[in-house]
Design a protein around this ligand. Structure first.
Ligand code: C2E
Ligand code: CA
Ligand code: CA
Length: 721
């Protein structure tokens, strides 16, 4: 059905200038109009509207109440049935108006977020339906009693007041909304009313032609046969079951069936009285409500609450030795897609991802759910081996590896997966999910597009990581960060060329923390942008001071500053850097920005443009940790780099004398390639004089490492070399 158009007054009745009561009244009016025509109530329109306004006020109060409680919804459902003439067919009308207008008119988004208002409205609808169903059943029971009483009286009083009681029986029989059949003790149908014939598809003959004891359906419970037997033997007075019937046209009728025994004056069982209430509509509605409450509207996947229900069920039913597994998947960089391409594209992407993931988790005992914005979980009940769960994670990543077409463009989707697998007996659902979540973040911190498997040690580390992440913003405000400088030395003559700025965090509880402990977290949360800007400002200011004081002699000292991938994507990178240099008065050529090889080769032409602009201004660009990224060496030509920083792993093999000839050969060819491309080579991690000698012989230009100096405070730099 379609809901009526809203009043011209517009939504949020108590937003601008209006009182909450206006919104409630408006909702009540629409509601009453939609429902009134569907009922056969004896109330006048005005009386009905008054009733609906009281009920609307109760619902509105329940919607906003803290804590939230669905009990008023149930009471409203019951009250609606009490307003005579409300039939099961009215319920969809009642609920669709609540669905469309209750959150719209009766909640204030400033107090209650729209999502929450919708969830609460759905739960209230559920409660209304439950109250409605219970009250209907109660009313039906009343009706049933009246029918039984009348039938019984009719049978018993034949002699005395035959005509009168017959008429009364006929009247109840004919007009009841219940389907009624009277049968003899063998089940042969004697009488059926119109309501019953209608329920079964219109043909009275069809109903009459079969024994009521044969009104069975393949799904009937074995209890039914037993109860039938007991009834016909006179061992019980009645029974009631919810059961389905197959109609001749193949459709299914769901009913609430009551069969009672009618005895004659001497107490002998004489007749069977069957009363049938059609509950198909109510059942469908309940199924629909249950579906809505347990599925995600966007992707149609099971939602968080169904996921938890299944997981808890699996954990509570688990026997000794039963295991359970989870893959917790989060899309890498989904926020960026949403922010840059809009929510509509984000939504389509989620739908496409859901479809692909669904194909990976469709085995027996497996379920895929969407439990948050871009978070999906696959549940595996009793996997035969841990591999089953890690295989699923692999398949999920594989399924996402080809580009997704959304809104006419192709998007690459990468995701990180946390895998938890263990004996079900020893896990709680909350613990499992937390562990999966933590492990997923570990996969993300390790570069994303991969899965990680939970283990207690890394969980503990992750919890401390979580704690640090939480305190990062305050630390930046509270000046808990400081910078150490590590000299960069010219190999040719051992003179000081500059220094790399390395940030540290002086944590009030944990003491001094190295960048490996917090840079990945700052990168993940985006705090790296302000933190990186602070390091840049600080380091540039420091370099200026060195230059003013004439440290480094004829050649002005340079400063190297590390850039994280996230900073690379920041739209104001060039502007900010130029502003910092100008403010301090440092020439661009005295600054070198270090970007890891991995980040650089991953960048497309758009992302390289800011670096190219900076390089054109004279800022040096170094390829940090070179050799760890497996880049195609031919690709180096397209990068705006001026220096290549050879990773420490290459120099390790040169600590021994004689060095491994293969290591020597590798370093030699990298150096000669770099020189061909007009890149200077800096080696990292030089710890011994043997290494220094060999690297000099191989043609490296500069070096950095403990052999020359450890990172230290800026004052120590002049005497460092
Ligand atoms: P990196 O850029 O490769 O920095 C060099 C690291 O190697 C530093 O570790 C340094 O202390 C260490 N090192 C230097 N010489 C030797 C040596 O002879 N032997 C050994 N074993 N190690 C040596 P640190 O300070 O822990 O920094 C780790 C990483 O943190 C840096 O690696 C860099 O990627 C990142 N980082 C540091 N400061 C910043 C910053 O301000 N911003 C960003 N984005 N990243 C930073
Ligand atoms: Ca570096
Ligand atoms: Ca490095």
């Amino acid at each position: 059905m379609t809901a009526p158009a809203p009043d011209p007054g517009g939504p949020h009745g108590h937003g601008k200038g209006g009182e909450p009561r206006d919104g409630v009244r408006r909702f009540a009016r629409i509601w009453s109009r939609a429902v009134y025509t569907a009922t056969a109530t004896s109330l006048t329109r005005a009386e009905f509207e008054e009733l609906m306004e009281t009920l609307a006020a109760r619902l509105a109060a329940a919607l906003r109440a803290r804590p939230f409680d669905t009990a008023p919804g149930r009471a409203v459902g019951e009250a609606l049935v009490a307003a005579h003439g409300t039939t099961p067919e009215t319920l969809p009308h009642i609920l669709s108006v609540v669905d469309a207008y209750l959150p719209l008119y009766c909640s204030d988004p400033a107090e209650l977020p729209a999502d929450e208002a919708r969830t609460r409205s759905t739960r209230l609808q559920h409660a209304i339906a439950a109250g409605f169903a219970a009250a209907l059943q109660e009313r039906t029971r009343g009706e049933q009693e009246a029918v039984s009483r009348a039938a019984l009286t009719a049978q018993q009083e034949v002699a005395r007041a035959l005509h009168e009681s017959e008429t009364r029986f006929r009247a109840v029989f004919r007009d009841a909304a219940l389907g009624i059949a009277l049968a003899d003790m063998s089940g042969r149908v004697l009488e059926v009313n119109d309501a019953l014939a209608r329920m079964f598809g219109g043909s009275e003959h069809h109903v009459r032609s079969r024994s009521i004891l044969e009104w069975t359906h393949p799904e009937d419970s074995p209890d039914l046969r037993r109860m039938q037997r007991e009834l016909t033997r006179g061992e019980r007075e009645h029974f009631q079951v919810e059961k389905s019937f197959g109609r001749t046209d193949g459709t299914v009728l769901w009913t609430n069936l009551t069969v009672s025994l009618l005895r004659d004056a001497s107490g002998e069982p004489r007749y069977l009285l069957a009363m049938v209430e059609d509950v198909s509509e109510r059942r469908l509605l309940n199924l629909r409500l249950r579906y809505q409450a347990t599925h995600d509207a966007l992707t149609d996947l099971p939602n968080r609450s169904l996921f938890f229900e299944r997981l808890e069920q699996a954990l509570s039913r688990a026997g000794e030795g039963t295991r359970v597994g989870l893959c917790y998947l989060d899309i890498d960089g989904f926020k960026a897609v949403n922010d840059s391409l809009g929510h509509a594209v984000g939504d389509q992407l989620l739908i496409a991802v859901a479809e692909r993931l669904q194909t990976c988790a469709s085995g027996p005992g497996q379920m895929l759910a969407r439990i948050g914005g871009d978070e999906f979980v696959a549940l595996v009940i009793d996997p035969p081996a841990r591999r089953t769960v890690t295989d699923l994670a692999e398949r999920a990543l594989e399924a996402l590896s080809s580009p997704v077409e959304v809104g006419g463009r192709e998007l690459m989707v990468r995701a990180s997966v946390g895998v938890v697998e263990g004996p079900a007996r020893h896990l709680s659902s909350a613990e499992m999910l937390r562990s999966a979540d933590i492990t997923m973040y570990r996969a993300k911190a390790e570069g994303g597009n991969r899965y990680a498997v939970a283990d207690p040690d890394s969980d503990a580390r992750a919890i401390s990581r979580h704690h640090l992440t939480h305190h990062l913003p305050a630390a930046l405000k509270g000046a808990e960060f400081f910078i150490e400088y590590q000299p960069l030395v010219k190999m040719e003559d051992g003179s000081l060329e500059g220094a790399e700025a390395l940030v540290r965090w002086c944590h009030p509880r944990h003491g001094v923390l190295g960048p490996d402990r917090f840079i990945p977290l700052a990168e993940h949360t985006g705090l790296i942008v302000p933190l990186g800007r602070w390091v840049l400002q600080e380091a540039v200011r420091q370099a200026c001071q060195w230059q003013v004081r004439g440290i480094g002699g004829a050649h002005p000292l340079k400063v190297n500053v590390n850039l994280s991938p996230r900073q690379l994507h920041h739209p104001e990178l060039v502007e900010d850097t130029v502003a910092v240099l100008e403010e301090a008065g440092l020439p661009p050529s005295s600054l070198c920005l270090e970007v890891t090889e991995t980040a650089m080769i991953r960048a497309d032409e758009n992302e390289l443009r800011p670096l190219r602009e900076l390089a054109e201004l004279g800022v040096g660009i170094a390829l940090d940790d070179f050799g760890t990224g497996y880049s195609n060496l031919a690709n180096l030509r397209r990068l705006p780099a001026s220096t290549l920083k050879l990773d420490r792993s290459f120099t390790l093999g040169l600590q021994r004398a004689p060095a491994d000839p293969v290591d020597l050969k590798i370093v030699e060819s990298i150096v000669s390639l770099a020189h061909t491309l007009e890149l200077s080579v800096t080696v990292e991690g030089v710890e011994t004089s043997t290494q220094a000698d060999q690297l000099r012989a191989l043609g490296c230009d500069s070096a950095q490492g403990w052999f020359y100096a450890r990172p230290g405070p800026p004052e120590r730099l002049p005497e460092a070399v």
